[in-house]
Design a protein around this ligand. Structure first.
Ligand code: CA
Length: 231
């Protein structure tokens, strides 16, 4: 199997070096781009497997780069942002990014995000056909029948909890923002929808997590949203 090819978009040479050294020692191939323009060009001509995208680029807004790339490609994009760019990070996820890393990040964090992304790619199997049954650890969702099981036990979810669980499972491995989730569930994204979302998430977790203080299936991204993890 070919080594995965990662496009590293980062204008800061020190951070770029850290990333490329890490990739090299972990058997990834990489390309680099130090500007938005180069990023768009490289991703169009080399079709990388994953793009690591710094949001603070000298020539163009990172969000705009995502928009351009998303117009022709579904390649996973992991955004790299400084803590001061928190709102940008959320906009980036809403624009079609898959995940994010906040600077400063550790090499382990970077590798973990890549593993999650590759797992997601493998799960998708390259096709767009939706399976009618979803399984993840002990969790099983039968989309056709509208039933949810934890092991042998059938769970009784409210319609909103069920919609929420389906949305997260259809996007397993991907961080979904509050705005995205509330739009999908309620068709709007008011502040009180985000408050409702928290309430529904709490009741859903009580039903699917053995220990709600240490959730196994659904990860909270404070101020950003939620992600279902592959367990
Ligand atoms: Ca930068």
């Amino acid at each position: 199997m070919n080594k995965p090819l990662i496009l590293v978009v980062e204008d800061d040479p020190a951070v770029r070096n850290l990333i490329t050294t890490t990739l090299e020692t972990h058997a990834y191939r990489y390309l680099t781009a130090a500007s938005a323009e180069a990023a768009v060009m490289e991703s169009a001509s080399h079709n990388p497997d994953v793009i690591l995208l710094d949001l603070g680029l000298p020539d163009m807004d990172g969000i705009e780069v995502i928009g351009k790339i998303r117009s022709w490609s579904r390649t996973p994009i992991i955004v790299i942002s400084a803590r001061s760019e928190d709102t940008d990070k959320i906009d980036a996820l809403d624009a079609g990014a898959d995940d994010y890393l906040t600077k400063p990040f550790s090499v382990e964090e970077l590798l973990a995000r890549l593993r999650v992304t590759f797992r997601r790619l493998n799960d998708a199997g390259g096709d767009m056909v939706m399976n009618s049954v979803f399984t993840n650890g002990d969790l099983k969702i039968d989309y056709m029948a509208g039933c949810v099981f934890m092991g042998e036990q059938e769970l009784h979810l409210t319609p909103i909890e069920y919609k929420l669980l389906c949305l997260l499972s259809r996007n397993v491995g991907k961080v979904l923002t509050h705005t995205f989730i509330t739009r999908e569930i309620w068709g709007s994204a008011w502040d009180n929808d985000v408050a409702s979302l928290r309430v529904f998430m709490a009741t859903l977790r009580k039903k699917i997590e053995a220990d709600t203080a240490n959730p196994r299936y659904i990860q909270t991204h404070v101020g950003v949203g939620y992600r279902m993890l592959r367990v």
